[in-house]
Design a binder for this molecule. Sequence first.
Ligand code: FES
Length: 281
Amino acid sequence: MAVELKHNPDINPLLPTPARIIKIIEETGDVKNFYVATEEGTRPFDVMPGQLAMVSIPSVGEGMFSCTWQADNHLEFAIRRVGLLTDALHELEVGQQVGVRGPYGNGFPTEACKGKDMLFIGGGIGLAPVRSFINYCFKHREDYGKIQILYGARSKMDLCFKEELLDTWQKQPNTEVYVTIDREEPGWDGKVAFVPTYLREINPNPEGKIAVTCGPPIMIKLVLKALEEMGYQDNQVITTLEMRMKCGIGKCGRCNIASNYICLDGPVFYLDELKKLPEEY
Ligand code: FES
């Protein structure tokens, strides 16, 4: 690392907190989950499910990433390799330094969902923000009803968070986990279907339920259509437009839809809120 970060983050909130990578999990061929803690081995700051943070490499740059879990002593960022900064992040090893600042965005409405059954629907890397809410529900298990998780990826190799999907979450009480891939492949004897198709097959009853979805835009579009046809009301469906987040503070203009700023009002929205936005989201 070319530059060491040394400063008090309380002086300027735009300056990143120095942190170290304490663990890296290779989720897929192009996604790594980075565990990040302060120099003292603590969580850099508090993050609610669905919020994001800036992760930076001195002399390379910084980017906005979903915080996929806020553990007691670290934050987790599942980052897909897509360009200069993420290439550099993927080259880092345990013990190397990054900067983190945040959190940004409103996060999922964990309080408003208490007492509800939860249906989580994710596709590809879109499971990253949803995972933070799933694990939050498991951590506060008594506050939530039945939990159903539907996740799909292009192939077996592209499944993120396999250990939780295929083991840990399946063992949780009053929980159903459905995993699918897009097409047949050797060594996979599980479900083969697109997520919206599988969702219609499962046909989860909307009564008393909140659906939370994130994934590729086409998946979200078809999932929203399927949920509507299954009887879900717009105030029972939540999604996140986190891919629009760049600066996170209403300055860069990348996220605005007319006079609305996704980063200031969201990125998490109920479907009835999204439908009030003036343009196609
Ligand atoms: S992310 Fe920059 S203005 Fe919203």
